[in-house]
Design a protein around this ligand. Structure first.
Ligand code: C2E
Ligand code: MG
Ligand code: MG
Ligand code: MG
Length: 289
């Protein structure tokens, strides 16, 4: 192989790296402005009880209304925010904004769930931030839920568990998100008394297609029963999935079938229709069996 060829390959490689680094730098700088100029928004996705079709609460999902690129989804900027440390400010904004908005919802029975990155726990003052957000918004702690993934429990387990306990002692619920996708989801269940487990949408989307997935989902629901943990299915897109989840005894469902992330006002308007839809799922199942 000619020397020249090797060199040009190397050049392309660094150019790609530069382009990638440049893109990240732009997003980083853009995020600083986003925080400053109110370009970050929270959209809410409803969570319904399968037992009676009642609307229990919402998950807050961050969006960036970028001045030129339009609405940006979190996967395009949260990882960069995590790498650059900006996630601390963004995470605090999410926490405060979600509490503030939920406290103003006309229906004070609805809960609000927020996602938290491991980096937000690294600063060491997250429990104080949660307490302050609750206090300044006046939100009942029982209405706040924090979703974490098992990646949080991989390192500094003792201090993280201690912090989670402090937050839970305030009355806030703790949910394990994306359950089943990590390496040892099960072992983390014995480390901390989670209030809720959210079955990852990858499993939900294979329901009715793979017998093994149906069995896994049914087992997770059973596990929830014995541990007294509420089970939520995320990513429910079809009636068939809802029927199977109902049959498995799953507690809560969240997914495009019952609402995409949007303004709470929008969801509250169609809530009665969705409740009826979920109740008919129950009936469908009852007549089938
Ligand atoms: P997640 O917490 O697991 O949230 C569920 C994701 O699935 C959301 O994507 C939601 O819009 C999407 N989803 C809900 N129902 C369906 C469905 O029926 N079908 C399909 N295909 N997707 C569905 P989104 O909003 O793009 O968020 C992606 C991830 O970004 C979240 O996953 C979460 O890990 C992270 N994220 C979102 N908001 C925040 C935040 O405020 N802070 C942090 N740290 N992370 C956030
Ligand atoms: Mg989540
Ligand atoms: Mg999830
Ligand atoms: Mg996720």
């Amino acid at each position: 192989r000619a020397k020249h060829e090797g060199r040009s390959t190397f050049c392309w490689y660094t150019q790609d790296l530069d382009a990638e680094a440049q893109k990240r730098k732009e997003i980083e700088q853009g995020l600083v402005k986003a925080l400053k100029f109110d370009q970050l928004k929270l959209k809410y996705q409803p969570q319904y009880a399968l037992s009676d079709g009642s609307l229990k609460g919402y998950e807050a999902l961050i969006r960036w209304e970028h001045p030129t690129k339009g609405m940006m989804r979190p996967d395009s900027f949260i990882p960069i925010a995590e790498d650059t440390g900006l996630i601390e400010d963004i995470g605090n904004w999410v926490l405060e904004q979600a509490c503030r908005e939920a406290a103003l919802w006309p229906n004070s029975n609805r809960r609000v769930a927020i996602n938290m990155s491991p980096a937000q726990f690294a600063a060491g003052d997250i429990q104080k931030r949660v307490a302050r957000a609750l206090q300044s918004s006046g939100l009942d702690p029982k209405r706040l839920e924090i979703e974490i993934t098992e990646s949080l429990l991989i390192s500094n387990t003792d201090s993280v568990v201690h912090t989670l306990r402090q937050i839970r002692d305030m009355g806030v619920s703790i949910a394990m998100d994306d359950f089943g996708t990590g390496y040892s989801s099960l072992s983390y269940l014995s480390l901390f008394p989670f209030d809720k487990i959210k079955i990852d949408k990858a499993f939900i989307q294979d329901l009715g297609k793979e017998a093994s997935t149906d069995a896994i989902v049914t087992s997770i629901v059973g596990l929830g029963r014995s541990l007294n943990v509420t089970i939520t299915a995320e990513g429910v897109e079809t009636e068939e999935q809802a029927i199977l989840l109902r049959a498995a005894g799953c507690d809560l469902i969240q997914g495009y079938l019952y609402g995409k992330p949007d303004d709470v006002k929008v969801h509250e308007t169609v809530q009665a229709d969705m409740t009826a839809k979920i109740r008919s799922v129950k009936k469908t199942w009852a007549t089938q069996s």
